[in-house]
Structures are given as C-alpha cells and as structure tokens.
Design a protein around this ligand. Sequence first.
Ligand SMILES: Cc1ncc(COP(=O)(O)O)c(C=O)c1O
Length: 406
Amino acid sequence: MEQPLRKNTGNNLPFSLTTAEELLAIYGSPLYVYQLDRLSATIKHITNSIAYPGTQLHFASVTNGNVALLQIFKNHGWGIHGNTPGDIYLALAAGFTPDRIVYSGSNLDRDEMRQLLKWNIQAINLDSLSQLQLLVDIYSEEYAKPRLGLRLNFPSLTGASRIGVDPDQFATATDIARQAGLTITGIHFYRGTGTNATQAFIDAIEPILAIASQLPDWGDLDFGGGFGYPYHHDKAAFDWAEFGEILSTRLAKLDRQIQLTIEPGRAAIAGSAVLLARVVSTKWQDQKQLLGIDTTVANLSVPAVHGGYRDIVSWQTSDQLFTTDVCGNTTYSRDYLGRNCQLPRLEIDDIIAILDVGAYGYAMSSHFLHRPRPAEVLLDHHGSHRLIRQREDYSILLNHQIFEEH
Ligand SMILES: Cc1ncc(COP(=O)(O)O)c(C=O)c1O
C-alpha cells in the first residue's frame, strides 16, 4: 500500500507548525492567512521593475477585496483598478482618493455609470461605443472631467474576446466623446489572465503602440493585468524585471511622455496567502490516501471548480509520500481541494496548508453548499497577527431571506 515517492523537504512551508497551531487555536479552522512580508516584497519587486517615469501601479482588486489588504497597497503608493462599482466602493472604504482609482469594466447600467461620475473617478476605460455613449449622455459640467480610455479589442494578441473596442471604431468614439466636450486619451490593453510567458507581453508592446498612435489625443497607456503567477513552483514565472526594462526603454523612445498604468491582480497577491485546514477524516482506497478536511471548494472555489492548481503541504515529515486526494467537507462530486497530491500519511487533526490562495481565493468563495466562509488573518513580519475578516456563522445563510417565523 505504501509507495515511496519524493521526500517532503518542507521547503514550501509558509511558516512554522507552532504558528499554524497558534493561529488555528485563536481564529479557528479553516483560516485564510496573509503574510505581510511576502505581500510587501512582491509589491516592492513589481514597483521597482518598471522604471518608466510617472508609472502608476493599480492593484486589480477583483482578485481580493479585503479592505485591510487594499490599505497595504495604498501604503506602498499603489492605486486601485476597479472592474465593477463594487471594487470602487471597497477602494473608497480603504481610503483611496478617486484620483487613485482606475475603472475598466463592462456593461454598466445608467445608474452605475452615473455613480462613477458622482464618485469622481478620474480614469474611466470603456469597452464599447454604447458604454461611451451612455457616459456622454449622463455627463454634465457638474462632474469633474474624467480621463477617458478605450479598452482595446485585439484578437490577434488576446484571442477572440467579447470585451473592447475595435481600432476601426476609434474615429467614431472620438466623435461621440466630443459631443460632451470630452477627449479620449487612453488605450487600455488586457492580455488575458494568468500568463506566465513574459515574451507574450513583450510581443504585445509594438502592436499596441502602433494602434495607440492612431488615437488623435493619445497620452495614456494602461497595460492591464493578466501577469501570471507560478502556482507550479518548479515552472517559469513571469519576469517582471525583463518586462519592465523592455517596456520602459521602448516608451522612453516615444515622441511624447505618456502616463503608463499597470494593474496587476493575481501576480501581486496570489503568493501571499495560504488556506489552513485540519484533517477531519482519513480513508484509503487501494494505494490512495483520501483526506477529508474541514473546508470546501466553496471556501476556495478555484482549484476544483475552475481548473486551477494549488500546492498543498503539511508539516508532517516522512520519507514516504502517498498519492492523496484532499477532499472537502460536502458530498458535492467536485469537492476536491487537490487531487493526486504527494503527502505523507496524515492523521485526524493534522494541519494542511493550501498555498498561493491570495488571488481569486476568498474573492471567489461563495455560500454554495451552505458552509459559512472562513476568517482572514494578517500575519506580520514578527509573527504578530490580526483578524482582518471575521469568520461567518450559520446566521449568514439567512441574510436577506424572507420567510414566516415558526
Ligand atoms: C481590466 C482588468 N485588469 C486587471 C485584471 C486583473 O487580472 P489579473 O489578476 O489576471 O492580473 C482584470 C481581471 O479581470 C481585468 O479585467
């Protein structure tokens, strides 16, 4: 039954077992743990990689809307990229001023578009002529003039996408904006999420600059997010230093100084968090270890439902590793937090850590399967920690329900 595979070297462990035990004893299990040192190091690394003067970095909070974490980005001088009015609402709650918020989203209704103007959001990237027309119809002198941009639809670089404006429509867009005395100065490009191939971004630079120069008043370039994170730790990572150097050098050769914006989501935060969970039951099927843990894909929907991969590690040391399925605490057929992992034999109450859950982790969790969500904790450099989101209890499942008392 036992298959010696590779040694669990412990290299991937996020912190000590003592810390993991302490955190679970205080805050309960399962638990999202964010590591401030990792997050700060990543933010600094990305910031230092782009030397082009005046570059603005905006965290794409679609990946993680925890306000305490957004404030860390603010302290590092970053702004926020909002995909939805909800992203902006959270950014304002975190203390970002409207001039530090970029909106690039899709399909707002009239009230939402008006809300962007009322919030005084200074950079608004639109993804269709119809959204532009809506903004122009609503816009009036009572609002500050937003910096307008167009999200580029560029199938040869990104593959077919529902989002964005074809460059052939730039002239019409410019005319629509002029109806309200507005100018379109921005080009917004989004490569598509999770690309670790640095060259794919580098190859996009020239075509984008060629297209941007067709816009009569071009002065802003938002190079988007989409930068990958190496969830498979032995695979290549996106190379920020290389990308930043090539982009900065190329932009310096333009005939004008532009405003460069970069809005990383996943790349900025994925590696800064782990989800801790405890083993609650064990089972063997032939050679395979089945671990039942006290969390579910609904608490971290990415791995099983959306096809992503996250390393799972434990603090148990053993020369023998076993092919292991890490199973959630429901009977939903896709409730696997990991499949075919290599783990030592674990026992009830042992702790496991699911790595790299900072992006699209809590943000994509849901009440599907009716399990309340975990708490979130911020662990700082010196081992001190604080709660940054409370654990939910069952009462959350009744929120907004209307029914007869019995
Ligand atoms: C316009 C835009 N920018 C940035 C992001 C963040 O993407 P990523 O996490 O891939 O960097 C998204 C994600 O939806 C987006 O739509």
